[in-house]
Design a protein around this ligand. Sequence first.
Ligand code: C2E
Ligand code: CA
Ligand code: CA
Length: 279
Amino acid sequence: SKRSGRGRYTFYDPALNPASDRLLHLEQRLPKAIVGHELVLHFQPKVRLDDYRIVGFEALVRWQHPEFGLIYPNDFIPLAEHSGQIIELGDWVVTACCRQLADWQAAGLELVPIACNISAKQLLDDELPERIAGFLAASGIAARYLEVEITENSLIESIEVAGHVLGKLAGLGLQIALDGFGNGLSNLSHIRSLPIDSLKIDRSFISDIRNSPDDAVIVSSIITLAHNLKMRVVAEGVEMLDQLIHLKTAGCDEVQGYYLSRPVTAIAAGQLLLRSTLA
Ligand code: C2E
Ligand code: CA
Ligand code: CA
């Protein structure tokens, strides 16, 4: 049975609609998860193809649910976006990244930037830059060690407001990456008008790069375009050595993917960074 409305109990059969039942539960429990330490960040290294050093990490949020186990972001980020809780969740992610950087700094590690994924709603919040500046200041971390990854989808609702927020973030010294480039509604005017430091080539162009001449041409065109605009290029979803070889030959700057490392816990990420520094 489940408590509904004004303290009455209604009986229902979860088998009738188990998926939406679970979604409802997750959406209702999310605020608790945010304040109750149920969210964790995993970190996936970005590796420079010149020397294979780790030059950054991407923070990827997971929900360590007491009953359901580890839940991946595609199962709850859309809920958080829908309910507006993405603002609190996003602040938690940035704070956790700052804390991680501060720990590494205290340990004497050479810092590399950590990238956070930022949703459309966050980009429409014109107080976001001030809050991020506050999180950075509170943890004693320079803004250049924080990167935000945005997608072109998050620009659709209001390019004016999103552009304004991005301009402020760039003004603070944060790095800006355009994620999933080439996928969806890519618009070249975005990379001209926004303060973008790097392009992340969408995984869908990388998966078949060795067999698809079209994908290979698109990837090398994106690399040329980015370099001519003084941006770095990161290829995501690199799962095999032959993809890596192809990207290195094509002049791609950085790679990310299971071939190099899956997203790992904070502890494992620190160890990877330490080893990369020793190398
Ligand atoms: P994304 O930003 O495109 O992140 C990359 C996703 O691809 C991650 O999935 C990562 O684990 C996965 N991945 C990395 N390397 C490989 C590979 O070699 N092969 C394959 N097949 N996949 C790879 P994850 O962690 O499940 O995240 C999914 C999406 O959820 C992310 O896509 C991002 O859009 C969103 N997300 C994750 N964390 C956050 C967050 O803190 N805030 C927001 N707003 N969104 C987040
Ligand atoms: Ca991303
Ligand atoms: Ca991506």
